[in-house]
Design a protein around this ligand. Structure first.
Ligand SMILES: Nc1nc2c(ncn2[C@@H]2O[C@H](COP(=O)(O)OP(=O)(O)OP(=O)(O)O)[C@@H](O)[C@H]2O)c(=O)[nH]1
Ligand code: SF4
Ligand SMILES: [Mg+2]
Length: 420
């Protein structure tokens, strides 16, 4: 998962936004045309800028198109602004400035860095420059390919991306061992691990922390046939014992797929009910890395406050293949129905990237997937909207541990020093 700096190009219709996109990418990435409202959807380009590192560049539609289609474009543009770290506001100095103030206000509201790019291409003599906004600005002819260097230098001089990164496992050190429990089913893609699994494994190995990857057979582990279940338990124990009995204390953490919490929690307790090893889940790690774990914890506790006829939204950030016993469409709804009685809680689903278009204030709780397909900025932008509206959110790893027991919930948070 490359952490990119997201740079969004915004402005009024026809200000030259797509021309700027093409200047930065040095190719025809976006269509440039004098037709009003040429760019309809967000255009994305991934690239590397020397000293800025990997970036994700967005070209957006103008915010001032007053048609019905224009309002739809505008919604997407504002959603994109929330996911951007830096806003390049393209201004046609011969056009009225007022609508640009809205973008500047949004930058302030969402604490985004903003730079003004005056596009000097029409009727240079009559150019009006807006009052001093104390925002760094530059004047360029964006259709001049040579303007790129000047532009990049201007960006580098006035913007430094946040390099703040959550240290994921501050409690782990070189030569510690981490057990990864990766049950696979029909939803598991061919030829690769799921993103959080490969990300965590790579992250650990890079830091000289050894990983042991294990595939649990969940069907056998949950089998009603006691012999089948016992065999699977003994198989798991055989591997767990390698680290907990012999090397003693080198096994510092077991990370499991959230849906196996019902097995992993009891199977990693000793005869006296004491943990043999600390455990957490891949989705809890995702919440810690991209989100705000304390906000998710608070959200999880909102589950107990749900009442009859309340609405819950189960949100998944992608549209993957769903099997019969899928977590979001089967396992979690089942647990909710078992807890509150069938259909007492209304459950809706949101699949894909279009989270903001749901009427989020209708929901008393959002249960989100691990969000592995979202970058940090996208997840943060979802959380900002929810925080502003005081809507609780939890995620699959947290809620499945919570369903298991308060003790299991505490266990998955303990490695991160969170108390509940
Ligand atoms: N000569 C010159 N023409 C420009 C420049 N920037 C934009 N134009 C012209 O202005 C028109 C609109 O440019 P775009 O880059 O498509 O503007 P936009 O802001 O992306 O417009 P929408 O996508 O419709 O909102 C085109 O006809 C461009 O050729 C410039 O720097 N120099
Ligand atoms: S984005 Fe969400 S639903 Fe899709 S694979 Fe990642 S965790 Fe699962
Ligand atoms: Mg455009």
């Amino acid at each position: 998962m490359i952490q990119r700096t997201n740079i969004g190009i915004f402005g009024k219709v026809n200000a030259g936004k797509s021309t700027l996109m093409n200047l930065i990418t040095q190719q025809v990435t976006s269509i440039v045309d004098s037709t009003y409202g040429t760019t309809t959807d967000i255009k994305v380009s991934l690239m590397e800028i020397h000293t800025l590192g990997p970036i994700k560049l967005f070209d957006t539609a103008g915010i001032d198109e007053k048609t019905e289609l224009g309002l739809k474009k505008r919604q997407k543009t504002i959603a994109c602004l929330k996911q951007s770290d830096l806003i390049l506001l393209v201004i046609d100095p011969n056009d009225s400035f007022d609508e640009n103030l809205e973008i500047i206000d949004l930058c302030k509201k969402y604490e985004k860095s903003c730079l003004l790019i005056y596009n000097n291409f029409r009727n240079k003599k009559n150019q009006k420059i807006s009052k001093d906004l104390s925002i760094p600005k530059i004047h360029l002819d964006l259709s001049d390919k040579n303007a790129k260097d000047e532009l990049i230098n201007f960006i580098l001089k006035n913007f430094s991306p946040s390099k703040k990164e959550n240290l994921l496992f501050p409690f782990l050190k070189k030569d510690d061992i981490v057990f990864l429990n990766i049950p696979m089913d029909e939803e598991t893609p061919e030829k690769r691990l799921l993103k959080p699994q490969s990300f965590v494994q790579e992250y650990l190995i890079r830091r000289f922390i050894a990983t042991f990857a294990y595939r649990m057979d969940l069907k056998k582990a949950r089998s009603k046939d006691k012999d089948v279940q016992k065999q699977e338990f003994l198989r798991f124990k055989k591997f767990l014992n390698i680290f907990t009995l012999k090397t003693k204390n080198n096994l510092k953490l077991l990370i499991t797929d959230s849906q196996a919490m019902d097995i992993i929690h009891p199977w990693t307790l000793d005869d006296k009910g004491q943990p043999l090893v600390e455990i957490t889940t891949f989705s809890v790690i995702m919440a810690h890395q991209k989100g705000d774990l304390s906000f998710f914890i608070k959200g999880t506790e909102a589950f107990d406050k749900l009442k009859k006829n309340d609405k819950v939204l189960i949100a998944e950030a992608c549209n993957h293949n769903r099997i019969k016993e899928d977590i979001g469409t089967f396992q979690i709804p089942n647990k909710i129905n078992n807890h509150f009685g069938k259909n007492n809680i209304k459950i809706d689903h949101a699949f894909g990237r279009d989270f903001a278009s749901y009427n989020l204030s209708d929901y008393k709780l959002i249960i989100h997937c691990g969000g592995c397909m979202l970058d940090k900025q996208q997840m943060q932008s979802r959380l900002t909207d929810l925080k502003n509206s005081d809507i609780p959110i939890t995620n699959y790893g947290l809620i499945l541990s919570y369903f298991q027991s308060k003790k299991a919930f505490k266990r998955v948070l303990k490695p991160f020093n969170y108390q509940t």
